[in-house]
Design a protein around this ligand. Structure first.
Ligand SMILES: *Cc1c(COP(=O)(O)O)cnc(C)c1O
Length: 374
């Protein structure tokens, strides 16, 4: 049996064709026809008005914060349970993160704790970064209402959630800004890349300006702002155009994998497969995740290690940012939810390349490992 991986890239079909076109046209550059086309394709797919293609999802978060006017000394609220790339760009700008805990329905930012944070902080935060963890949309209505009332910008980190919907609207479109990632392990890949969904043409122009070294003119090389080299390459965009053609099928496949795990693990009393809390939520199930009950004979770490011996890759949930050494002493609004989820959760292999038989094998091995101790 081949190794079973968490989330592998998969070819969609036209990657080589489009890359060859890009190479033959000599647009081997961080701009070009495929970059423009990829942005248009994303705008049509979502649909939305303004998308800027960038070199990574992290770059997209960085430029969303910059465009929202975040500067040194500002406070930015960020979901604690997320990948470090959600929070680090706050620090790149010299601003200070404030972490907010999760709630159990979605594992994302708790609207109640967000409200508490805004009420108790001595100054108004400049922005809120909310993640759609493992594809599950956050409680965006609640978060939007609180943010709108306080007049704070919302950045939706939907790096894992392209193809998910909340109340019928795509992830990436729930906040003022939406972040997409095309890293190798995500729903679609450009080998490395990202995109920022922005609220206006003005923002699109500013983000593009910042992403291309904030050069006022190419004849004078005049700079009024600090810029970055964050544009997506034309070759990467060519891969992205091909990958996007296959996105609908991939969303269906990830959901089918999730359904299969749900069915196969339903008779194990120690395991709860994470579900959409109700019909407002439509996760792409980028990764199927489980929670082990407190009386489970194996901890997530033990289960992960035993499965690794069988060449099955699983991973613990994102370690909450407020427990990270780099973010020690950061102001945080907590109620223990993310630490509990982290202690009990595990991500299962969810690559679209896995067959139903492989999913069945993973599920039966998980049950066997737990039940042989029980
Ligand atoms: C992958 C990821 C990012 C970063 O995207 P890159 O393209 O790898 O820079 C940010 N946030 C979350 C939640 C992610 O999963």
């Amino acid at each position: 049996m081949r190794p079973i991986k968490l989330s592998l890239p998969e070819l969609a079909g036209n990657e080589k064709k489009y890359c060859n076109e890009a190479i033959e046209s000599t647009w081997i550059t961080p701009l070009g026809p495929f970059v423009d086309r990829f942005e248009k394709d994303l705008e049509n797919w979502l649909p939305t008005g303004h998308v800027v293609a960038l070199s990574s999802g992290t770059a997209a978060i960085h430029l969303a914060l910059a465009d929202a006017g975040v500067t040194k000394g500002d406070k930015v609220i960020c979901q604690s349970m997320t990948f470090a790339a959600s929070a680090n760009p706050i620090v790149y700008l010299g601003a200070d993160p404030v972490f907010v805990d999760s709630e159990y329905d979605t594992w994302n930012m708790s609207p109640e704790l967000l409200k508490k944070a805004i009420t108790q902080l001595s100054e108004k935060p400049k922005a809120i970064i909310v993640t759609d963890l493992y594809g599950m949309p956050a409680k965006h209505d609640g978060i939007r209402a609180i943010a709108d009332e306080a007049g704070i910008t919302v950045i939706e980190d939907s790096a894992e959630a392209i193809g998910s919907r909340y109340k019928g609207k795509h992830s990436g479109l729930q906040g003022d800004y939406g972040v997409l990632s095309f890293n190798g392990n995500k729903m679609i890949t450009t080998s490395g890349g990202g995109a920022l969904i922005v609220p206006s043409l003005k923002s699109a122009k500013h983000v593009l300006h910042l992403a291309t070294q904030a050069r006022e003119s190419t004849t004078e090389y005049f700079h009024k702002e600090i810029g970055y080299n964050y544009r997506l390459s034309n070759i990467s965009a060519a891969i992205g155009c091909a990958q996007l053609e296959d996105l609908d099928r991939r969303v269906k496949r990830r959901k089918a994998i999730h359904r299969l795990y749900t069915e196969l693990l339903s008779d194990c009393k120690y395991i709860e497969v994470k579900q959409n809390p109700n019909c407002d939520f439509d996760s792409n199930f980028w990764l199927t995740t489980i929670l082990l009950s407190e009386d489970s004979p194996l901890s997530p770490l033990q289960l992960c290690e035993r499965l690794k011996e069988l060449n099955i890759e699983t991973r613990r949930l994102w370690r909450p940012m407020h427990t990270q050494p780099i973010y020690a002493n950061t102001i945080s609004f907590l109620d223990g939810t993310s630490e509990d989820l982290f202690a009990r959760g595990l991500c299962l292999p969810s690559s679209t390349t896995l067959s139903d038989d492989e999913i069945k094998y993973v599920a039966s091995e998980i049950k066997r490992l737990i039940e042989e101790i029980d």
